[in-house]
Structure formats: C-alpha cells, structure tokens
Design a protein around this ligand. Sequence first.
Ligand code: IPD
Ligand code: CA
Length: 266
Amino acid sequence: MRTEIRERIDFATSLAAQAGELAHDYYRNLGQLTVENKGPQDVVSEADRAVERLIRNEIERRYPHDGFVGEESGNARLSAIGPIWVVDPIDGTQPFLSGVPTWCVSIGLVAQGRVAGGIVRDPCTDETFTAVVGDGAHCNGRAIRPADAQDFTQGMTEVGYSSRIPVAPTALFIEKLLDSGGIYHRGGSGALGLAYVAAGRYIAYFEGHMNSWDACAGAALVNAAGGWVHDILVDDGLLGGAVAAASGQRLAPKLQALARDAGFPL
Ligand code: IPD
Ligand code: CA
C-alpha cells in the first residue's frame, strides 16, 4: 500500500503546484472575485470552486476508482477499493479573500481507514509540504520534524476556531494556555497550521472542530514527521469532522490534558 500512496503523493505534488498557481492568479486579482457567504465567517468564492474542479478532474482522470471528499463538491464519493482523496482547494478562504497570505491548497489521502499521506502547497511562500505516513515528511524536499518543546512556554500554539461549535470551551482553552505561559496564534488556515507543527515552527495546533478536508493533509504531515496528532477520522470524522490537535511527542500529554480540562473529548 505504501508504494501506491507514494505514487499518488508524487502525482499530486505537481497537481497541487498547478492548483496553487490557479489560486494565486485569483489572489492577485481579488477585486474581480464573486464571493458568497456560507455562514458567519464562512465564505466561498469562484476561486475555491474552480481550484477544486481542477483537482477533482485530474484525480478522476488518473485514478478513476479512488474516492473523493472535497470542501466545495458536496457529493462525497467513498471508494471501497482505492484510497480516498480528501481535498480543500483553498484552506484559509477568509485570509485569502482578505489579501492575507496565510492560505494553502490541501490534498490528503485516506487508505484502509487511516490517514496515509498529504500535501500542503503554499504558493505565497513557494513551499510544498509532503508526507507519506511511515515514510517521513518534507518541505521543499528537506526532511522536517516537530519541535521538541515540553511545555507551552517554549513556543507558539496555533488555536483555530469556527462557529460550528460553541465559543466557551475554546475561550477556556486559550485562558488555560495563557495561564500555562503559552501564547496563541491564529493564521486562519488549519492545514497550514498543522504543516507548521510538522515543521517545528508552531509547537502545537488545537481546534475544537475541524472538517476532514481542512485537517487530513496536515495530520498526515504531523504523523509522518514523528509528531502526535489526534485521530481526525474518529467516529464519523471523514464526513462529520473531529477535534484537531497536534504537537511534538513530548508536549502531547500536556496538550491532551489542557484540551480535556477545557471540556473537549480527547
Ligand atoms: C477553515 C480554516 C480555519 C479553521 C476552520 C476551517 P476554510 O477552513 O481551516 O483555520 O479554523 O475550522 O473551516 O473555510 O478556510 O477552508
Ligand atoms: Ca476551503
């Protein structure tokens, strides 16, 4: 199976670059974009749809028997035979549409019920993060690994939030993080936040609910880089989302305890 995953990740690395280029073309001409509101702080533009169409068409052409779950497609195709592609064409749509360069293309792979690989492509910094679980994680070809921090004072923790869940537990998580001497950051792209944990830039990532298309590639990166990541597929995670939490191995018990103390099911 690992060979099949490796082959798909190699294929999707150039696809992610192409998708990133298309997204970046829209980003350079933001004034001309048609934008729709999906809910509070939840927007979608023609850029998200066009980039997902490109990715989905190319995957279907090359791997017609694989499954596909995408943020904008709506109709998930769950494959019993091949792996399932889990795609967010633009993760960080809000920063993207605001002209803030913290967004990315996120392409993950699930095989045999587990997160198996992923790619996060950031066209603004020209960085490509790739992972094959069990076979390492890389940024622009260089091996990456999570930070060795053992408490929250030693670096930045990215905390995500969306209105899919109540405010109070996330506010409590942030309060407890600050009480522990930590600091929070919100870049607005969970996929990029997780990639930064894999690369040791953030010491941890936490979000009370994240959809699988936002989290899959990033979770693969953290796992493949040797970090700890909460199982994003737990229960009905592929279609229903789950808690997203990740860090280096030494910080993991403290991150888990903090999340539990704030009321999250970990
Ligand atoms: C969102 C981003 C954000 C996270 C939200 C996601 P989108 O995805 O990943 O960082 O906090 O949970 O919905 O809408 O930008 O693709
Ligand atoms: Ca998106």
